[in-house]
Design a protein around this ligand. Structure first.
Ligand code: C2E
Ligand code: MG
Ligand code: MG
Length: 585
């Protein structure tokens, strides 16, 4: 054979200066060079596992020099742990064959344990007698660490350090399998915090994250070893309770969790409050696989929210049907916006003393693609829940302002135009901008606009709402609290808001003057409203007995079927014409 091209052009010159030819010496030289420069640790032992020779990489990885280990058994490097079984297995492989490859744990000179990737070759003479073991290994702790980190990132939530949704599903599957074998039951609890978004929006994400962390701690503190807590979304947690014997065990656990979450959160000398709504699905009654249990616990959670939050609900098959309807409704609402299926009706409000029409409330109407009229009570909560209310509310506001301006252009007097606002629109943070745009767009002046916000929203989001209410107030817009009386507002709160009107909820008006309790409540609300300098309006007035009574206690205004139902704008024109008498100057 010709000389290699490398030799010819001299690229291997430095090597060819050394004895790298095929002579025995050359081979030895090459072997020594590999031995000394290998990044892998190499250790050669005799047939009894006594160390004969190690290379520099061995010293670098383990910390032991050749002088320190020569003559000692290679088991000195063993990490102890549960490596004995593995070493036995390795030995068996080498007794019967020539090679063993695998991962094991070893110990460095400083005592640190590390994972290594090891190849061991049994070197035999021509007769098959064992001469040496040649062991080559590399330290794989960096890879292991990276793999563990990736595993952790993929399976644990960074904020709370709890299992995430992926790991929950895995743990739930195990729990289901265990329960199936042992013929026991388990409960999946789906928790969604109430009022968490407000903390995030108002105090920032750092406070929000801290609350989540503390909630996670509290949930974990309550649980037994076999139970699982996971954070599975923004403000959603899940708990798996194993070995349930009866429903009351779950009820007790839910009550405890509700209480734990409700305790105030003390962060940087500031107290935060959240509650949680819990949905419960039981294995095997409510589902026998992971997805079904998750879905049903979610539906039950939704029901707990709808029932008033800070409570739990057990899954019932009925809930799924409702959950599906809700989903369908959300997509229909989205289409309704695109197809302009909404309309506004208008209902007058009268001054009880003078009988004058003083304002008009815009009420949304929706006829879906099938021509069915859907009541606001049915779709507004779903629009709020899905966030669509922000767009729907903006649409209603724009339309109402244009209509009001139109009436003005016709010389019709309507006093103020009242538009219902959802608290979600306040939370959205752009309400002021939306209102200003609607006014500018229509040319309506701020003093002709009134915004109604329901009492429970005001109570839920007092901080955020306060600043925005102030800005709206400064633009001449008046504010009314709708459905007043149902949410137990505190007077202290109410005084903080620039509110000019209280609208007493219809439920208190219905049975007056016969019902003594309602008479007392309505009278108290009127007196309280007046003491705060507000006008008080009664909603849902249907009879003259009601209106007479309201007038007698000094209630300022009334709205209801007795005076006029909500009607389309052109029908209201007639009323306004009558109201207007002489054209407005
Ligand atoms: P609300 O703002 O308290 O409106 C008064 C509701 O009582 C209206 O129901 C009205 O039709 C009804 N009503 C008025 N007078 C009487 C009466 O004498 N007897 C009885 N039984 N009912 C009377 P509607 O139009 O079904 O609206 C229900 C709720 O939906 C409203 O309550 C309001 O909270 C919400 N809503 C309506 N339009 C909008 C809107 O554009 N945006 C938002 N966010 N909510 C709206
Ligand atoms: Mg209203
Ligand atoms: Mg109302």
């Amino acid at each position: 054979m010709d000389a290699t091209p490398g030799n010819e052009n001299g690229r291997l010159k430095d090597l060819t200066d050394s004895p790298t030819d095929d002579s025995a010496v050359g081979q030895l030289y090459l072997a020594a060079s590999v031995f000394n420069h290998s990044p892998q640790g190499i250790m050669i032992t005799d047939a009894e596992h006594r160390i004969r020779k190690v290379n520099p990489a061995f010293t670098q990885i383990t910390g032991w020099t050749e002088g320190e280990v020569a003559g000692r058994r290679d088991s000195m490097l063993s990490a102890g742990r549960d490596e004995r079984g593995l070493r036995d297995e390795m030995q068996r492989a080498l007794d019967t064959g020539d090679l063993w490859v695998g991962e094991m744990w070893s110990r460095r000179r400083d005592g640190e344990v590390f994972p290594e990737n090891r190849t061991v070759v049994a070197v035999r003479d021509d007769n098959g007698a064992l001469l040496h073991y040649l062991c080559m290994f590399s330290d794989i702790s960096a890879e292991k660490f990276a793999a563990e980190r990736i595993h952790r990132l993929a399976h644990y939530d960074a904020i709370t350090d709890l299992p995430n949704r992926v790991l929950l599903q895995d743990r739930l599957l195990h729990a289901i399998n265990r329960a199936a074998r042992a013929q026991t039951r388990l409960a999946l609890l789906f928790l969604d915090l109430d009022g968490f978004k407000l903390i995030n929006d108002t105090y920032g994400h750092a406070a929000g994250d801290e609350v989540l962390r503390l909630v996670g701690d509290r949930l974990s503190s309550r649980l037994r070893k076999a139970d699982v807590v996971a954070r599975i979304g923004g403000d959603e947690f899940a708990v798996v309770l194993s070995d349930i014997t009866n429903d009351s065990d779950v009820q007790v656990a839910c009550d405890q969790l509700l209480k734990l979450v409700t305790e105030p959160y003390d962060i940087d000398q500031q107290n935060y409050h959240v509650t949680t709504s819990i949905g419960v699905a039981m294995y095997p009654e409510d589902g026998t696989d992971v997805q079904e249990l998750l879905k049903n616990a979610d539906a039950a959670m939704y029901q707990a929210k709808a029932n008033g939050k800070n409570r739990y609900a057990f899954y019932e098959p009925e809930m799924n049907r409702r959950a599906e309807e809700r989903l369908l409704m959300v997509s229909q609402l989205r289409m309704a916006l695109a197809r302009d299926e909404f309309e506004l009706c208008y209902q007058p409000q009268y001054d009880l003393a003078s009988g004058e029409l003083v304002s008009v409330e815009a009420l949304i109407r929706w006829e879906n693609a099938l021509g069915e009229a859907i009541k606001p009570a049915q779709f507004i909560p779903i629009a709020e829940d899905s966030g669509l209310i922000v767009q729907i509310g903006a649409w209603a506001l724009n339309r109402a302002c244009l209509q009001a301006r139109h009436w003005q252009e016709q010389g019709l007097r309507f006093g103020r135009l009242a538009v219902n606002m959802s608290g979600r629109q306040f939370q959205d943070g752009r309400l002021h901008e939306t209102v200003m745009r609607a006014l500018a767009n229509s040319g309506l002046a701020g003093e002709h606009l009134e915004l109604e916000i329901t009492e429970n929203w005001v109570m839920e989001g007092p901080y955020r709402a306060e600043a925005q209410m102030q800005m709206l107030h400064e633009a001449g817009i008046s504010l009314a609290i709708d459905d007043f009386g149902v949410a137990n507002s505190s007077m202290a709160y109410l005084k903080r808001f620039p509110v000019q009107k209280l609208k007493i909820d219809r439920s208190f008006i219905r049975d007056i003057p016969a019902d003594a309790d309602d008479v007392a409540i309505v009278s108290a609300i009127v007196a309280m409203g007046h003491s705060l300098g507000m006008r008080v309006v009664a909603e849902g007035v249907e009879t003259t007995a009601q209106s007479d009574f309201l007038r007698s206690i000094g209630c300022d205004e009334a709205q209801g079927y007795l005076f006029g139902r909500p009607v389309k704008s052109d029908e209201l024109n007639v009323l306004l014409l009558y109201n207007t008498g002489a054209p407005e100057d």
